[in-house]
Ligand binder design. Sequence first.
Ligand code: DQA
Length: 148
Amino acid sequence: MSRILVLNGPNLNLLGTRQPEVYGSTTLAMVEGACRQHAQTSGAVATCIQSNHEGALIDAIHAAKGTQDGIVLNAGAYTHTSIALMDAIASVELPVIEVHLSNIHAREQFRHHSFIAPVAIGQICGFGAQGYTLAIDALLGHLKERAD
Ligand code: DQA
C-alpha cells in the first residue's frame, strides 16, 4: 500500500476564507478529507500536514524519508523563495508532485518561478482543490510505473 504525504505550506490553513476568488471556497479540512478518501479508494493511505513555518515543512520532508513513498506538496509562497525546501526534497530523494490551486503562471511575475519545480516529478496548477486528487493520481501512477 503506497503511503503519501500531503504537505501544505503557509496560509493554506486559511483556505475557504482566504481570497476565495483566487483559491476557491473549499477549506483545508475538506481538501485533506478528499485526499484521504481518494487515496483510500486507490488503495493508498494519505497523511496530511500543514505548517506556516519553513523549518517545520523541512522537518516533515526529512521525516517522510523511509516512512512515505511520495509527497504531494503545495509549498504556498515558499514555492517562489525557498532554496531550503528545494534542497530538502533533493536530499530525501522521494518523488514530489507540486500542486497549486491557482494557475501561478497566469498571475504576477514573481509567482512564475518555482524552486520546487526542478526537483519535482511535475506540477499541477490551476485546477483548484481538484489539483490535489489529480496529484495523488499522478504520484500513484509514477510509483506504479517505477515498480513495474
Ligand atoms: C499557491 C500559489 C502561491 O503563489 C501562493 O503564495 C499560495 C498558494 C496556490 O495554491 O495557488 O500561497 O501555492
